[in-house]
Design a protein around this ligand. Sequence first.
Ligand code: FAD
Ligand code: FES
Ligand code: FES
Length: 481
Amino acid sequence: MRDYIFLYINGREHKVSGEQAFVPVTDYLRYELGLCGTKVVCAEGDCGACTVMIGRLENGTMVYKPINSCIQYLCQLDCSHLVTVEGLKQNGKLNPVQEAMVECHGAQCGYCTPGFVVAMCSMFDEGKPLTACQIKDGLTGNLCRCTGYEPIVAAGLAVDFAEWEPISKLYPAENMLKQFKEYLQKPLHIKSEGKELFVPVTVNEACKFKSEHPQTVLITGGTDIAVNMNKRGLVPEVLLSTSNLPGLSAIDSREENGRTVLEVGGRVTLKQLEDYISKLNEEMKYILWVFGSPQIRHAGTLAGNIANASPIADTPPFLFMMDAEIEVSGVNGSRKIKMTDFYTGYKKLALQPDEMITKIHMPLPLKDEIVRLYKVSRRQHLDISAFTAAIRLKVDQGKIKTAAVAYGGVAAVILRMTAVEEFLIGKEFSLETCREAGKLARSEISPLSDVRGSRDFRLALAENIFSKFYHETAERQLVCQ
Ligand SMILES: Cc1cc2nc3c(=O)[nH]c(=O)nc-3n(C[C@H](O)[C@H](O)[C@H](O)COP(=O)(O)OP(=O)(O)OC[C@H]3O[C@@H](n4cnc5c(N)ncnc54)[C@H](O)[C@@H]3O)c2cc1C
Ligand code: FES
Ligand code: FES
């Protein structure tokens, strides 16, 4: 069993053991290696100043993604290649993105600049020049407090793409991949100063370890756990990183009763899902597009969003509405749990101590079903919801045949609004019916007030969202006809 983390940083090999396995990546870069180009402002994934690229083995090649290094811990980076702003020079000179940022005056105090540069480089590394819209979209996770965004977008447009050298050319991956493949055969176990880290290479090993260490905290993308560690004093004694588990990063699909069902692996990131679903379901595509930022979506996973059990998480309302099932594995094999039975109370899961999520079975709406998803937040991107809703109706000759409704942000857990569903079935699909359904929904919930919205605001949303649903769907259908 290995007792050190093996990774590359800007093309150089590093072995990390002992206490350092438990530090945030930014601390290791800045304090241990003196790579101070990577900045820390918020330390909770909100500003992008700490953006780095992480390369991992995917289908035999090295694939690089932008992530927030302040909310990645070293224990998640075994067998990966980290590229920081210092590692982006081409032939010892500034690369075309860095050149363009200088030429277009894209920096004033410069504190956010390395994060913008790395985020932009990762976009160009996808292999094509960018439009202003794509640049803005790719930079939703990067905040600048003094330059303003116009010169930064202008810099992106001014990049001489012909001069861009892909990261794979700057850092030939052959040797790294050979080593990673070898290291990924065996688990990694580090014990240091009362803390323990286990990085298994099979699900069986993971479940066995969990059964022997019930206090284990699982870390996948880390976008929830690491914020709790950085800001809320969480100090896990025993960490299990899922980063080296094979077979959990794929999305497959099957047909069942005429419906497409996605099978989403327990390590599939939100970005992977967004790309996969983009041609299959417009509504879910939108919800994933406004989820956090590119850096968050490249690290955070669907399984993590479900297991974090927040009543305002953005993906569960769709899963509730679609009767999704969560496949969990434990020492005695695997079983499926209905999404609607998965939460047993506030932040409580129907999981045994040895179990973990390995797959999500996600049915998709049929073409003749009317589906809308709602995320109510103060900003479009990079914001946590105050209220969420998912509504699915099947209407035949003006009458509602089936109804599925889920609300988030109105109780300790996400709710399937069964009384509302029962009320809707058999009724005419009209504004009057939707208004009545909204009133019933309001009477069924008892939300709390918090920083994101008052009880009254949430009650009003719960009622009015049904009228909005009608105007957006029925009236649009009439116009189309
Ligand atoms: C800046 C920022 C913006 C965000 N924006 C949004 C947003 O718009 N909408 C939203 O819903 N959330 C948002 N989040 C929250 C977070 O990104 C998501 O909840 C994400 O899906 C968590 O996935 P993860 O893989 O990073 O989970 P982790 O942080 O690794 O884990 C989260 C929880 O799940 C558990 N867990 C992880 N993997 C498994 C598994 N396989 N089996 C069982 N348990 C597991 C962990 O132990 C932990 O309790 C945001 C977070 C940040 C920092
Ligand atoms: S320091 Fe703000 S996202 Fe990392
Ligand atoms: S240049 Fe100062 S924060 Fe962006």
